[in-house]
Write a protein that binds this ligand. Structure first.
Ligand code: NDP
Length: 446
């Protein structure tokens, strides 16, 4: 790492003790942007990097709610408003027991550059809670969401901070959150949250956008290498929003997704995952993957408690959670013939894993670029809300495809410009960073 950046990184470690995921996310960006400082001394002079590493505002709050047995439960809520140089803070809410400040800050930090990379007017933020929705009734989830919003509402707004979904927060939760916001403020302010249902201000393709967008990005990476998804063996981790729509789009483009997973294990289905059955099990019944394998019959088997990355494939699309592909998993994948990786999840590959892929010449699409279709389509939802308009599915999908193609082109062009051809990590970090840094310079010391 560049000497100046190394000193900044040490300071980040000292000022944010114990937040290991945040440290990892900062390190990855700082490792990429050294060459930019040579070309742009003004960034260092104005302490742009030190400023970017410090959130503009961090909110931590108590979320009390009552369970179905009448017992009071207490969770912790977070919203980190990281950077608003390019637009209102924008980023999802994660409800998962592992959530603490370090996770929210890693996600918020990544979001700054990802949102910059989309070229759309959105800043970076993220939030969530250590609430675990698993096994909770719909009424309990509703009461939790209402309590969460009863504090959060005062910090957000269509021109201030616009949350959305993430792990554990889908359309159902967004509905409860928006309902409570509307009730407290007496304003039908559709643009205050994205990922809404179509009947109350949601946008076509937002549900599908992260998975579809990641698939379009990988399609572009394959095209750049003179190949395509056609007939390729693909493994997708996760079985949630991002995974399901990745599987759907890969199949439409001719790939065969042979495995997917959840936190209980993975399912191997050599005939290709049946998306309709997967949606029924995971989205409608909120069940586990063993139920998919039982009902699918044929060759499908459920493998409990093991990593899906032991399944060989040509294309890997991690779409579950952070640090799910270790260095060893990456070596296994490379040995198994993997030629491309598209990160649907945020930071799913450990630094060792990234190194293994890059050294093996695998086309590696980092989450900041590959999964930016979700937030980009959220920005399109905000546009539609602002103009009280709604676009067709076909038009929205074409906009998403164009955005992903453009991000792919800019990653490659930026990597070339800095003498690192084919390095999507450097391309994404540098392009995203420059956009935010230029806006911060223009706005002065704010
Ligand atoms: P969902 O909650 O819909 O699905 C998450 C999936 O990942 C589930 O199958 C879940 O299994 C699995 N999973 C989550 N945490 C773990 C864990 N610790 N260990 C093993 N499996 C786990 O979330 P999304 O699909 O929305 O999000 C997936 C990833 O994509 C996240 O990294 C998120 O930040 C990222 N992302 C999401 C966007 C979006 O638009 N939703 C946008 C950009 C990125 P189980 O149900 O068993 O817990």
């Amino acid at each position: 790492m560049h000497e100046k950046l190394s000193a900044i990184y040490d300071n980040v470690l000292r000022r944010n003790p114990g937040e290991i995921e945040f440290h990892q996310a900062v390190r990855e960006v700082l490792e990429s942007i050294g060459p930019v400082l040579g070309k742009h001394p003004e960034y260092a002079e104005s302490k742009i990097i030190e400023r970017i590493c410090e959130p503009e505002r961090q909110i931590i709050f108590r979320v009390p709610w009552e369970d179905d047995q009448g017992e009071v439960q207490i969770n912790r809520g977070f919203r980190v408003e990281f950077n608003s140089a390019l637009g209102p803070y924008k980023g999802g809410l994660r409800f998962h027991p592992s959530v603490y400040l370090g996770i929210v800050k890693f996600l918020g930090f990544e979001q700054i550059f990802k949102n910059g990379l989309t070229g759309l007017p959105i800043g970076g933020g993220k939030g969530g809670s250590d609430f675990d929705p698993k096994g909770r009734s719909e009424r309990e989830v509703m009461r939790f969401c209402q309590s969460f919003m009863t504090e959060l509402y005062r910090h957000i707004g269509e021109y201030t901070d616009v949350p959305a979904g993430d792990i554990g927060v889908g359309q159902r939760e967004v509905g409860f959150l928006f309902g409570q916001y509307k009730r407290i403020t007496n304003r039908y302010e559709s643009g205050v949250i994205t990922g809404k249902g179509l009947s109350y201000g949601g946008a076509q393709v937002r549900t599908e956008a992260t998975g579809y967008g990641c698939t379009f990005f990988v399609e572009e990476m394959l095209k750049a290498r003179g190949t395509s998804f056609d007939g390729k063996r693909v493994v997708v981790s996760g079985a949630g929003n991002v995974a399901i729509y990745t599987i759907e789009k890969v199949a439409q483009l001719g790939g065969v997704v042979v495995a997917c997973s959840d936190s209980s294990g993975y399912v191997l289905d050599e005939g290709g995952i049946d998306v309709a059955l997967l949606k029924q099990v995971k989205q409608v019944e909120r069940g586990r993957l063993d139920s998919y394998a039982k009902r699918r019959g044929g060759e499908a088997v459920f493998v409990p408690g093991r990593s899906v990355w032991e399944v060989s494939c040509e294309v890997a699309m991690p779409s579950a959670t952070q640090n799910e592909i270790t260095g060893r998993d990456a070596e296994t994948l490379v040995r198994g013939g993997c030629v491309a990786v598209g990160e649907g999840a945020n930071m799913p590959t450990t630094p060792e894993g990234v190194r293994v892929f890059q050294e093996a010449g695998v086309a590696f699409g980092p989450g900041k670029a590959a999964n930016a279709g979700g937030v980009a389509t959220s920005a399109l939802e905000m546009q539609q809300n602002a103009s009280r308009d709604s676009w067709s599915f076909e038009y929205s999908e074409q906009r998403l495809r164009d955005i992903m193609t453009d991000i792919h082109t800019r990653c490659l062009a930026t990597a070339d410009e800095y003498g690192m051809p084919g390095d999507y990590v450097a391309g994404a970090n540098i392009d995203g960073f420059r956009r935010v840094a230029d806006a911060m310079l223009a706005l002065g010391l704010v």
